[in-house]
Design a protein around this ligand. Structure first.
Ligand code: FES
Length: 88
């Protein structure tokens, strides 16, 4: 599904840019794909996806205090929010 309709960026594109590419701003997402914001309606969604992925990565890096082994919850807690709709 498209997150940014104007630039044809899918959820998978954006997740890859965040997780594999280390992009941490909506502007960085556009830059990563050689695009620019058009209508801007996707910016809040991009920010939400970045925040969710950043929070998830921090939780996975944080030491546990119960001595147990941390298991990834990335698949269970996808940072995929509702997508923006472009009316332009
Ligand atoms: S700039 Fe992303 S949906 Fe329009």
């Amino acid at each position: 599904m498209f997150v940014c309709v104007c630039n044809a960026l899918t959820e998978q594109d954006v997740e890859d840019a965040i997780i594999k590419g280390g992009v941490r701003t909506p502007g960085g997402i556009y830059h990563h794909f050689g695009t620019e914001p058009q209508c801007g309606l996707c910016e809040a969604t991009l920010r939400t996806m970045i925040n969710a992925a950043t929070r998830q990565a921090a939780e996975e890096r944080a030491p546990r205090h119960d001595g147990g082994e941390r298991k990834s919850t990335r698949a269970a807690a996808s940072p995929r929010p509702a997508t923006a709709r472009c009316e332009a």
